[in-house]
Write a protein that binds this ligand. Structure first.
Ligand SMILES: *Cc1c(COP(=O)(O)O)cnc(C)c1O
Length: 503
C-alpha cells in the first residue's frame, strides 16, 4: 500500500510508503497523505476480528494500511500502547466491551464509546500512545540515524497527550511550548509534572499564537535545521494531520461495532449511526474510513460547538473561516480550520479540485464546493451544532435522567444526536464518541449538574465533583496534585529556538 498527497494532481503522482508518510507528516506540496485504496474487510475478516482482543484488532486493521510494517511488530506495539498500565479497566459496572475503549449504554439505543481511559484522560491518547512507536519504527525502516525532535505548540490537551506518548520512546525526543496566558491550571500542572528522560516543557510569555508562531519559525529556519543536523537530530511534528495519528483511530470504531455484536445488542450486519464531536475532522474521518472498509455505519453525525464552520459547510457547501472565533466550554473543538476535511474532499472530489479549494481557502479564507461533491458528502454526513447553554443542559439532563456524567465535548455530540433524530426520525442505534473525562472539565460540568461553585483550589473542585457523583477522579489527573513540578521555566518567544538544543 502506497500513499499520495491530497493535492498532487499530476498524471503520475509521487507515491511514498507508509513509513515515509509517517516520518514526513505533511507532503512536500502541503497536502495530506492518503492510502491509494481503502481496504475492504471481508466477512472472514469480521469473523476473525470478533474474537480478538483490542490490541489484536488494532494491529490487524493497521496492517491493512501499513503494509511495509512487520505485522508481528505492529502487534507488539499495539500491546504496549494499549497496556493496562496505560489504559486501566473501567470501574463503572454498567460498562461493557473492551478496554482500552469500553462502551457505556445510554437510553434509546445510544452507546457511548469511552475513548478517555488513557494517561491524559482524553481521546488523543488513543492515537498518541501508538503513533510514536510507529514513527520510531519508520525511522529505522527508512535508514534514518538522526533523532526526531518533536516540536509542539499547545493550547492544552495535545501537549500533554504528546508528552505521554513520546516519553521514553527510542529515537525520538519532544519539546512542548505552552503559552503562559492560554492553558488551564490543570493542563499546566499536567505538563509541568511530566515524567520521562527525553522530554522538555517550557512556558512562553504570551498567548497561543506567540507559541505557535515561534514553533513555525523554528520549522522554517534552514540554519537551525543544519545546526540540528550537526547535532544529530531533525525537527518533526506530532500534528493530527499525520497519517500515523489518523490510522490507529479507525480501530475503535470497528471494535465498538464488534463489541455491540458480542454483547448481543445488534446482530452482525445491522446498521448503526456514529456521532463524533468534531474539531480538526480527524476523529470523524477515521469513522468514515471504518465505514468505507465495510462497517455498516449508515450516517456520520458531525457535531460542532458554537464554532460551527463544519455545520454550515455541510448545509451550504461554503466553507468560510472568516467568522468570529468563540471560546467555549468544549475548547478542543474551538477550531476554524478543520485540516482533515481536506482528506474527505480528495477522496470524494479528486486532487485537482482539492488543490483548488485549498488554494482558495489560503487566499480568501473560504471556498465553495460544487454541488456534485456536496451530494456525496451529504449522503454520508449530517452536521449539527450546539450552543453553550445547550451543551450544559445536555450534561445536566444526562446526569439527572441516566446517572451518567459526560464532558462538554461529548455533550455536544449527544445534543447533535438528539437534533438529528428529531429532524429525521431515524431510530438506528448510535455509537457516540465520548472524547474526554468529565473530570477534565470539572468546573463547567459541576455547574451543569447544579453544584454550587466550589471553594478552595483546583483539586477541591475535583474532589467535590467526585463526592457529589460517586465517580472516581481519574488517577492521571489526581496524581498531578502530588507529583513533583519538573518544568517551571518561563521564557520569551525570542528564546524558543535555543530550547530544542538543550536535550
Ligand atoms: C481533539 C478533541 C476533539 C476533536 O477531535 P478532532 O479529531 O480534532 O475532530 C474532540 N474532543 C476532545 C476532548 C478533543 O481533545
Amino acid at each position: 500500500m502506497l500513499y499520495y498527497s491530497t493535492r498532487d494532481a499530476s498524471s503520475s503522482p509521487r507515491m511514498v510508503t507508509a513509513a515515509e508518510a509517517i516520518k514526513e507528516g505533511l507532503a512536500p506540496d502541503g497536502g495530506l497523505y492518503l492510502p491509494e485504496t481503502i481496504p475492504a474487510l471481508t466477512e472472514a475478516d469480521f469473523d476473525a476480528l470478533l474474537s480478538m482482543d483490542y490490541p489484536e484488532r488494532a494491529a490487524f486493521l493497521l496492517s491493512k494500511y501499513l503494509t511495509d510494517y512487520d505485522p508481528a511488530l505492529l502487534l507488539e506495539d499495539c500491546r504496549a500502547a494499549y497496556a493496562p498500565e496505560k489504559f486501566p479497566e473501567p470501574d463503572d459496572p454498567a460498562d461493557f466491551g473492551q478496554r482500552p475503549a469500553p462502551l457505556h449504554p445510554l437510553a434509546d439505543g445510544i452507546t457511548a464509546l469511552e475513548l478517555w481511559h488513557g494517561p491524559t484522560s482524553a481521546f488523543k491518547d488513543m492515537a498518541l500512545q501508538i503513533m510514536p512507536r510507529l514513527l520510531s519504527r519508520a525511522l529505522v525502516m527508512t535508514g534514518e540515524r538522526r533523532t526526531a525532535q518533536i516540536l509542539v505548540a499547545t493550547s492544552g490537551d495535545t501537549g500533554k497527550a504528546a508528552l505521554e506518548g513520546y516519553r521514553d520512546v527510542e529515537g525520538v525526543a519532544i519539546t512542548v511550548f505552552y503559552p503562559t496566558g492560554g492553558v488551564s491550571p490543570m493542563q499546566a500542572r499536567q505538563m509541568q509534572t511530566t515524567r520521562g528522560s527525553n522530554v522538555n516543557v517550557v512556558a512562553v510569555r504570551g498567548n497561543f499564537d506567540d507559541a505557535q508562531n515561534g514553533v513555525k519559525r523554528i520549522f522554517a529556519d534552514r540554519e537551525l535545521a543544519e545546526e540540528a543536523d550537526l547535532c544529530g537530530f531533525f525537527f518533526s511534528s506530532a500534528n493530527s494531520i499525520n497519517w500515523g495519528r489518523l490510522a490507529p483511530q479507525i480501530a475503535y470504531y470497528v471494535s465498538a461495532y464488534l463489541d455491540l455484536v458480542n454483547a448481543g445488542r445488534i446482530r452482525m450486519g445491522d446498521e448503526v449511526n456514529a456521532a463524533v464531536p468534531t474539531g480538526n475532522f480527524g476523529n470523524i474521518f477515521a469513522a468514515y474510513l471504518a465505514r468505507e472498509m465495510g462497517v455498516p455505519v449508515k450516517r456520520l453525525i458531525c457535531a460542532s460547538n458554537r464554532n460551527d464552520v463544519l455545520t454550515d459547510f455541510i448545509q451550504t457547501g461554503v466553507y468560510n473561516r472568516e467568522r468570529e472565533f468563540y471560546k467555549t466550554v468544549s475548547p478542543s473543538m474551538d477550531i476554524l480550520i478543520s485540516s482533515n476535511l481536506e482528506r474527505l474532499l480528495r477522496v470524494l472530489g479528486g486532487s485537482a479540485l482539492t488543490r483548488d479549494l485549498m488554494a482558495s481557502l489560503a487566499k480568501t479564507g473560504k471556498y465553495e464546493a460544487p454541488e456534485e461533491l456536496m451530494e456525496k458528502i451529504r449522503s454520508a454526513f449530517s452536521g449539527y451544532s450546539l450552543d453553550e447553554a445547550g451543551t450544559l443542559s445536555v450534561i445536566g439532563e444526562t446526569w439527572k435522567d441516566e446517572g451518567y456524567l459526560i464532558d462538554p465535548h461529548t455533550a455536544v455530540g449527544l445534543g447533535a444526536v438528539r437534533k438529528y433524530r428529531e429532524e429525521t426520525g431515524d431510530p438506528l442505534p448510535v455509537i457516540l464518541a465520548s472524547t474526554a473525562s468529565p473530570f477534565k472539565f470539572a468546573a463547567p460540568v459541576s455547574a451543569a449538574i447544579g453544584l454550587e461553585e466550589a471553594e478552595g483550589g483546583l483539586y477541591d473542585g475535583l474532589r467535590r465533583l467526585s463526592s457529589a457523583t460517586g465517580r472516581p477522579i481519574p488517577a492521571p489527573l489526581a496524581e498531578t496534585e502530588t507529583l513533583p513540578l519538573r518544568f517551571e521555566r518561563v521564557i520569551d518567544p525570542a528564546g524558543m529556538a535555543g530550547v530544542p538544543f538543550e536535550h
